[in-house]
Design a binder for this molecule. Sequence first.
Ligand code: BG6
Length: 477
Amino acid sequence: MSRLKENFLWGGATAANQAEGGYLSGGKGLGTVDVIPQGNYRFDIMQGKLDYRDLPEGLHYPSHKAIDMYSHIKEDVKLMAEMGFKAYRFSVSWARIFPTGEEAQPNEEGLAFYETLIDELLAHNIEPIITICHFDVPLYLYNEYGSWKNRKMVDFYAKYAKTLFERFNGKVTYWMTFNEINMLLHLPFMGAGIAFEEGENEQQVLYQAAHHELVASALVTKIAKEINPNFQIGCMIAAGQYYAQTSHPDDVLAAAQKNQDNFFFIDVQSRGEYPTYAKSFMEREGIVLAMEEGDEDLLRENTVDYIGFSYYSSRMVGTLNQDTSMTSGNVFPTLRNPYLKASEWGWQIDPVGLRITMNALYDRYQKPLFIVENGLGANDVVEADGSIQDDYRIDYLSQHINEMIKAVELDGVDLIGYTPWGWIDIVSASSGEMKKRYGFVYVDLDNDGNGTLARSKKKSFDWYKEVIASNGESVRK
Ligand code: BG6
């Protein structure tokens, strides 16, 4: 039986727009995520149904301050190091490097900020893992070009990615081109800065934008390897296997089709071509992709090295109108599975689903996997003595880690690492709330942005430290 590798990358993950704050500091430009408010308008904006310019004044924009990691880097890296982190996955804010996206030269202050972070990590033997684009596009590119609707984005993105590869060559090995690339189809503005104009054929717009992102991903994979052949370039998908509600063949077929839909982006990024089911779908729907000469070769010749994914829950689909009660789950609404409990936010908890998902991904792609997000969003309570007894989080993570270990040891899945989401409390992407907390470290900040920003350790902090120190043995059941 193979155990987790000796150099297994235990750590944690965050995204720039949910953690950094400093939304205009150091020459940063506005990003699309900076105009997504908390509250009633949030969902319509994220879906691209409402334009941010039509919003009333006086709304709260959580990304502006977030948890101000921008000015807490040293303190936060120290906390990671104390837990024994081997890796930290973070994203770079595109608008910090190219404030409008169109500049010929990058913003040195933005690069220097990330260089300080990377150097601090390396000084503590923590591997930096970079997501090049985690939902945020310079707002200027949305205003002027309609973001990923426009082919010009491929070049803007390539210039940005190349700048990072060159600057951090020798310091960073693992990169991911787009966070949860499949989010583009579900929350177009949050995922890719796409909003719809009246009368637009939404499917056509989305799949064309998807093509642009896929081409951009392949192009920067090529550029990366030219700069350093040892760079490891990954894709990143919001994963979670679909189950059939019953054994009725129609349900089983529906689940298989939903899984295909979800694999669409990584089928292209990992296998190098549009899968036949996607081609048939587009033909049926009258979607015609504008491709340039050389696109197909580019996709074929520049596939990813590893499969990064987030896993929060499995999903379920049925066709027989049996029990149609729905629940939410990382943006993908799903039928309620009677065998699963759910979080306070209705995300169903399914540790075995992680093992199932890992097997599905590994069987399909035969490339190393990297679990770059997993975790439980919960409303933690600070006790009178200041402690936070987050046993529910320990329980959630223990169960998931156990299934992860089984997938490696019993099923032979090749796994690079595990970086649970929000190792420190950050703003929630879907709700914009602060009270939906994932961290081992508590941040004193409420939903309205009030608080001291002081960091304190939850009970799970020492627990995770032990998990890392024992390479997972401390939670093995
Ligand atoms: C993923 C995203 O969808 O899930 C993260 O990559 C996000 O940005 C995470 O924060 C958890 O979702 P939420 O909505 O609970 O913050």
